[in-house]
Design a protein around this ligand. Structure first.
Ligand code: PMP
Length: 367
């Protein structure tokens, strides 16, 4: 009988409850499909794909289009199947057994998860109670652990907070290894670390098509980094990992940046509306620069409130059993109608809880 690697035995994997309800605001996707003109353009090009041939291994046209968007050289762009595969490739190349990867918790769980799968040791720095990151903590982790790779997520998931520029600059000063800034939600924020990328710094910025570009179904992400680093990633990733259809879809999506910018503005407006309404309720709301909002309900009430929302046809993310996130729930900004449905349902659940403090707790809430 073969057993899994001993170091993987304790890993739990990454789960998000899949519940069939009308309003799904749990996975930070775009609430709208891409524009019809995009779908038509993809269909027309896909009808001409030479299916019997491998795709362009270097994804040349897609990389050129992304390089154009960010005004960098195509050799600074690495593209993969979702930013998760980008992160995995970075960690395969720069982490692995005998190496150390640092995160500042709470943050996106896949950073530590993928690092552990590569065999690396993960050290967890701590954010303050309000989820901001102290300069002293960055200094401590860099000094005590000298990590080969360190992650910052800006805006952070699941907290929604934007990391200040000075924190990224501090890390660039102190980190002895590679700094990865995960910008999956950067379009919803007010600054990006992209202009810090150059040939002299071990810094990469990762992005995704899953949120702003309404293409979570396609699985496409990329990074911008120094040329010398991208060429190492090209060695590590599997040949022809990016299929022809995805390369077409990614390239054509970039022609619709005007539509996407309008959608981002609508989501940011709706985020403001959600935060303002949540501020009137008896809960704590954390400031967000992303397309989701984290909030904390009364002590011990996280799973009950989550279940109450599900019972009213609204699915959000239950983070309440995650380390450091007791009683926290995260809602993705949806369409105005979905957001209203969520806000009404939450108001109702909290009213019901106040009316009857003896209501029995639901089971299976954190499935
Ligand atoms: N980074 C962060 C911070 C995320 O929240 C997510 C999606 N949940 C990803 C990366 C992965 O995105 P994808 O693989 O869909 O590009």
């Amino acid at each position: 009988m073969i057993h899994v690697r001993p170091d993987l035995r304790a890993l739990e994997g990454y789960h998000s409850a899949q519940v069939d309800v009308a309003v799904r605001l749990n996975t930070n996707e775009s609430p709208l499909p891409p524009p019809v003109a995009f779908r038509d353009a993809v269909a027309a090009e896909v009808s001409r794909v030479p299916w019997h041939r491998y795709p362009d291994r270097a994804a040349t046209e897609l990389r050129e289009a992304l390089a154009d968007l960010h005004r960098v050289d195509p050799a600074q762009i690495f593209v993969a199947n979702g930013s998760n595969e980008v992160l995995q490739t970075v960690l395969l190349a720069y982490a692995g057994p005998g190496r150390t990867v640092a995160t500042f918790e709470p943050t996106y769980q896949m950073h530590a998860q993928i690092a552990r799968v590569t065999g690396a040791t993960v050290v967890e720095g701590e954010r303050a109670d309000d989820f901001t990151l102290d300069a002293a903590e960055v200094e401590r982790v860099m000094h005590d652990h000298a990590p080969h790779v360190v992650f910052l997520t800006s805006p952070n998931n699941p907290t929604g907070m934007i990391e200040p520029r000075e924190r990224v600059e501090q890390l660039l000063d102190l980190a002895p290894g590679l700094v990865v800034v995960d910008e999956a939600y950067a379009q919803f924020a007010d600054w990006t670390a992209l202009d810090l990328v150059d040939e002299t710094r071990p810094l990469v910025v990762t992005r995704t098509f899953s949120k702003t570009w309404s293409m979570a179904g396609a699985r496409l992400g990329y990074l911008v980094g120094p040329r010398w680093l991208v060429s190492e990633l090209d060695k590590v990733v599997l040949p022809y990992h990016l299929d022809a259809v995805k390369q077409i879809a990614g390239r054509l999506a970039l022609r619709f940046s005007g539509d996407m910018d309008r959608r981002v503005r609508q989501i940011v407006d709706e985020r403001t509306r959600i935060v303002d309404r949540l501020a009137e309720l008896p809960i704590d709301v954390f400031p967000s620069g992303a397309n989701f909002v984290l909030f904390r309900v009364g002590s011990g009430e996280g799973p009950t409130v989550w279940q109450g929302l599900v019972d009213r046809g609204v699915l959000i993310r239950d983070c309440s059993s995650w380390p450091r996130l007791t009683d926290c729930l995260r809602v993705t900004v949806g369409t105005p109608e979905e957001n209203s449905a969520f806000l009404d349902a939450l108001t109702d659940v909290l009213d019901a809880a106040t009316a009857s403090t003896t209501s029995p707790k639901a089971s299976g809430a954190t499935a």
